[in-house]
Design a binder for this molecule. Structure first.
Ligand SMILES: [Zn+2]
Length: 333
């Protein structure tokens, strides 16, 4: 997937994006912006897309989504390759915890130069609230006397931690949490999650794409592996394991995941038992279907009546264990 996202492709931040587009169209954009809002909702992406539109040699127009960079001209290509000479990006360097004054001084020198290829120079400061005192003071000087033809974009999830004098010299633009339909679309574009896992990822993301991606990346996959292993091993002969397993998944945070996993697991199970295991008796097949139906019902009720989570899971797992014991006896015959 391409790193660059054009302004017309940014999802869930329509208000911020159209305000920027309007400002650029009338060439009345501010010298300095402060993009603030929760992590992982598109602030940084929007800052880059804004630079793209400003640098682009062949800006495009989308009827409903406004103007955006073409993504194909030499300027857009350089931006994508991170070699555009009129863009500077600054953030906490690896191994450090703060943005230091030398970095800001370098930025000031960059902004003082005449743009090489574009009408203006753009600088993006990520995690701007992590500037140390000296760095913040140095940046304030630049904000007080902004060089001509420059655009400075500060990005932060913690605007309250910036010097008030810095805040007041920036045009502030709020980025909100991403609404569920847009977030779902983004997760579907960028992950391989199944429909059921997507539901969990959405719940965990709480409006932040980066949280959703993080979850999709490692946690879901790992938890799912654990879950499959545990459920596949359930047997009435190992009641201790079964009870441990139910208790583990009954945890308040894990429970919603457990429910969506259960649905996925049953779907696979039933598919496997009905098609992949042709030797299975009609009765065993019917029992699996019945159990799936029973579970669906129970989960419905547990959502409605707030049943005890541990008891719900124990009930389901005991039935699964019994059926698995039967199934393996049947297969052994
Ligand atoms: Zn272009």
């Amino acid at each position: 997937m391409s790193l660059m996202v054009s302004l017309n492709e940014i999802l869930g931040q329509q208000e911020a994006v159209s305000r920027l587009q309007q400002a650029m169209e009338t060439q009345r954009q501010a010298h300095a912006y402060l993009f603030f809002g929760p992590d992982g909702v598109g602030k940084e992406t929007t800052a880059l897309a804004m630079a793209q539109l400003l640098f682009c040699r062949d800006p495009q127009e989308d009827g409903t989504r406004g103007r955006y960079g073409c993504g194909q001209c030499s300027a857009c290509i350089k931006l994508e390759a991170q070699t555009h000479p009129d863009l500077a990006r600054l953030g906490v360097e690896e191994g450090k915890t703060r943005i230091v004054v030398d970095q800001v001084r370098e930025l000031t020198r960059f902004l003082a130069l005449t743009p090489l290829e574009s009408p203006l120079k753009v600088a993006i400061v990520s995690d701007a609230a992590l500037m140390n005192q000296a760095a913040a003071n140095a940046l304030l000087k630049t904000l007080e006397e902004p060089p001509a033809d420059t655009l400075l974009i500060l990005v932060t999830a913690h605007p309250g931690m910036l010097l008030p004098t810095i805040r007041s010299r920036c045009q502030k633009l709020r980025f909100g949490l991403i609404a569920e339909p847009e977030l779902k679309q983004l997760l579907m574009q960028q992950t391989e999650l199944t429909e059921e896992m997507l539901t969990t990822a959405l719940a965990v993301s709480r409006g932040s794409l980066s949280r959703g991606l993080e979850y999709a990346d490692g946690k879901v996959a790992k938890l799912w592996e654990t879950f499959q292993k545990q459920l596949g091993g359930l047997s009435l002969r190992r009641m201790g394991d079964l009870l441990d397993c139910a208790a583990f998944w009954a945890n308040r945070e894990r429970f919603p995941t457990a429910l969506s996993f259960l649905k996925t697991w049953f779907n696979q199970r039933i598919r496997d038992n009905l098609s992949v295991t042709p030797g299975l008796s009609k009765q065993a097949q019917a029992s699996w279907l019945e159990l799936a139906w029973w579970m669906e019902n129970l989960l419905h009720k547990s959502a409605e009546f707030n049943l005890n989570r541990t008891l719900v899971l124990e009930g389901i797992m005991i039935r699964i264990a019994r059926l698995q014991d039967q199934t393996s006896r049947e297969k052994a015959r």
